[in-house]
Design a protein around this ligand. Structure first.
Ligand code: IVH
Length: 684
């Protein structure tokens, strides 16, 4: 893009951008590194907003490492694979203290009478990444991958507050900072809770969530995740001239701290095996008090010049080793089993255990997953169960303590009927769990459907949370989701609320207003909100676009439904079953009468002009954001695909298009069109 502005023309803006950058960087640093707020949130947001608007107005002033990049927004479609300049080695690891003793005595033997020491530090349980800095600027962030090649995740890394974008003080001109991206427990739990509330699958542990976050396509999403980067290693090219302090690993980390990295404060220099063992012993229990997960201790020779002397084995250096904590395991009696009924009717058996202390907490319950799990471990009544707590926070049942089994105890008999409503449970083909099919009347499912109906991605009635829905159900004001639209104001006012308080006029008005506003939610979301089994957000969109109205969907046959892209026989059957139920027909009728959007509004922007054409979109556009141009293609009956293949009709190329895409399109002979040509296609 040509720069319309002359550099001289906005000298004062340039100065202001520099000034704002410095201030915001300093506030961020104090906040994330030293837990200190130098300004109010409001003041901070105002400064950031000013910088964002200056950068928008004068794009030549926007630097890739500006603090505005912390909020993200750039879209990564495919992560570029890049080679590591220095291979990312892993460490030899062991669960045995004897092997640590051997490591220590071998190191001493190999180093003869040279003076040296060890560093002991925490082994973070996260995702390893390498950050390249040139002239104090972050230029690239790459995941470990296979140690030789990893994914370029620079735009996502820029959103992590503990990754410095510009370094402070003294630093080598060119080096790599390595460390682990971790998801602190508190932020992880809040994030998972939000996922559950949004109807998304929660992550199994903080490590998986951290890894998934780094691979998010929208960096603005990554910015919301509250990840933390903990630096543990500095890789400097051999040719670099560095201060004397860089001769030790601890000296390098101290220098890194001065540059603005978060370096672990727990590092300890140890001179012998006794000190190493004491460090391990201490953290074996103290680890449960940390705000993030660790899975062991890393022991390194502190003197960098000795590393070459000790050398490498096939995959790992001889100057370092990792001690991994054993998962703690206890044996405790199974007292009883509770069967929980989830919001979608899935039954989860939960073991009620004799309370037992494990990894710093008292464990009273643990999931038994499903009937197969109980059967595969061959659990009998009154068995002692073996419970483990590894790096993950949630205790797991890993087996039965057979020696403690009483003679003649019967096997666990799985329930056959729903504990909430008494309906006979079913187990669909290919599904691991049993579920209660009484979707509309089984109490937890009734509440679950309502929660889904009001959720953000569905009808977005945000004034109705779980507690309020429960109260409305208990008071008999609503029985199904359509009843929400028939609530009278006087039914709400004075209704006893959650904590003994009663609903005030204002809250009642807010609830009614949000319900009323939801009548404008487009048809595809209404269809999704119904909570038809297997019909997710994307499926609902495709079905809505194909059939265009609720009436057409309700009258569709199995084979009609299977014409829709990506709708298979299981989903199609679930839709047919849903609309065949008279209770559901009544709900649809009530929703229609209440004035919800029951069809796609045919505005003039909708057509079939792009029917049978498949587009791949790359780069940025003048008239549309990336999402807008994609939905424009879909509105005109076209298909959007993420990668170029022989089926691609057009590569729609914007500015700064990815070079890989261009190469692929050229090699396959795909027609490349620009934004103007696209506009002609849909308007001609
Ligand atoms: S040092 C050549 N220090 O553990 C030595 N690694 O196989 C480079 N890890 O994937 C690693 N905490 O990502 C080192 N304090 C720490 C660490 C650490 C976690 C990870 C590392 C690697 C694995 C070791």
């Amino acid at each position: 893009m040509t720069n319309l502005f002359n550099y001289q023309d906005h000298e004062s803006e340039r100065q202001r951008v520099d000034e704002l950058t410095k201030l915001i960087n300093q506030y961020n640093y104090e906040y994330y590194m030293n837990d200190r707020s130098l300004v109010s949130d409001l003041e901070f947001d105002q400064l950031l907003a000013e910088l964002i608007s200056l950068e928008r107005m004068y794009p030549d002033l926007a630097k890739p490492n500006s603090p505005t990049q912390r909020v993200g927004g750039e879209i990564n479609k495919n992560f570029k694979q890049v080679s590591h300049r220095f291979p990312m080695l892993s460490l030899g690891n062991t669960y045995s203290i004897e092997e640590i003793e051997e490591f220590e005595s071998r190191t001493r033997r190999l180093l003869g009478n040279k003076p040296f020491s060890y560093t002991c530090e925490l082994k973070y349980d996260g995702v390893a990444i390498g950050l390249t800095y040139k002239h104090g600027q972050l230029v690239q962030a790459v995941t470990r991958g296979n140690g030789t090649v990893g994914d370029d995740i620079t735009t996502n890394a820029r959103t992590i507050p503990t990754i410095p974008l510009q370094l402070y003080g003294q630093y080598p001109d060119d080096f790599e900072a390595r460390g682990e991206v971790v998801y602190p427990f508190e932020a992880f739990q809040a994030f998972n809770q939000q996922r559950i509330a949004d109807g998304d699958e929660p992550f199994a542990n903080p490590r998986n969530a951290a890894s998934g976050s780094l691979k998010l396509q929208n960096s603005a999403e990554c910015a919301k995740r509250k990840l933390m980067f903990c630096m543990y290693f500095m890789m400097v090219p051999e040719s670099a001239v560095v201060p004397q302090s860089y001769n030790t690993h601890s000296g390098r980390l101290e220098a890194a701290k001065q540059m603005g990295f978060r370096v672990q404060p727990y590092l300890k220099e140890c001179s012998d095996i006794h000190e190493i063992k004491a460090f391990i012993d201490y953290w074996d229990t103290a680890r449960w008090d940390l705000p993030f997960g660790i899975d062991g201790i890393v022991i390194k020779v502190n003197q960098v010049p000795l590393w070459n002397e000790l050398g490498l084995t096939a995959k790992s250096p001889r100057w370092a080793i990792a001690y991994k904590f054993k998962a703690e395991r206890v044996s405790t009696p199974l007292l009883s089993i509770s069967y929980q009924v989830g919001r979608t009717g899935i039954i989860t058996p939960v073991a009620n255990l004799q309370p037992v202390s494990l990894g710093g907490t008292i464990v009273k319950r643990a999931t038994m997953v499903n009937a197969d799990f109980i059967q595969s471990l061959d659990i009998h009544e009154n068995d002692y169960l073996l419970i483990e707590k590894g790096g993950e926070i949630i205790p797991k049942i890993v087996g039965v303590d057979i020696e403690k089994r009483q003679p003649n105890t019967p096997r666990i008999q799985y329930i056959t009927h729903c504990p909430e409503c008494g309906t006979l449970l079913v187990r669909a083909n290919g599904e691991a769990g049993h579920y209660c099919p009484n979707q509309d009347h089984c109490p937890p499912q009734r509440l679950g459907r309502l929660e889904h109906f009001v959720s953000r991605k569905a009808m977005n009635i945000d004034t109705l949370g779980t507690e309020r829905l429960r109260i409305l159900l208990d008071a008999g004001i609503i029985h199904d989701l359509a009843d929400l639209y028939y609530i009278q104001r006087e039914q709400l006012v004075g209704l006893s609320g959650c904590e003994g308080t009663s609903l005030q006029d204002k809250s009642a008005d807010n609830i009614l207003a949000a319900i009323h506003n939801s009548k404008q939610i487009p048809f595809e979301r209404v269809l999704f909100a119904l909570g038809i089994r297997y019909v997710g957000e994307v499926g609902a969109k495709k079905i809505a676009r194909y059939f265009k109205s609720m009436e057409a969907v309700a009258n569709a046959t199995l084979s009609d439904l299977m014409q829709v892209d990506d709708i298979g026989d299981v989903t199609a059957q679930a839709i047919v079953d849903y609309f065949a139920d008279p209770h559901h027909q009544e709900i649809i009728q009530k929703l229609q009468q209440a004035g919800l959007q029951m069809a796609i509004i045919n505005d003039e922007n909708t057509s079939q002009k792009l029917k049978d054409l498949t587009f791949v979109v790359s780069g940025t556009f003048q008239h549309f954001s990336r999402d807008e141009i994609k939905s424009s293609i879909e509105q005109h009956g076209g298909k959007v695909s993420s990668s170029i293949s022989s089926k691609t009709t057009y590569l729609l190329a914007g500015e700064k298009m990815g070079p890989e895409k261009l190469k692929k399109a050229e090699s396959l002979g795909t027609t490349i069109i620009n934004e103007e040509q696209y506009l002609q296609l849909i308007t001609e």
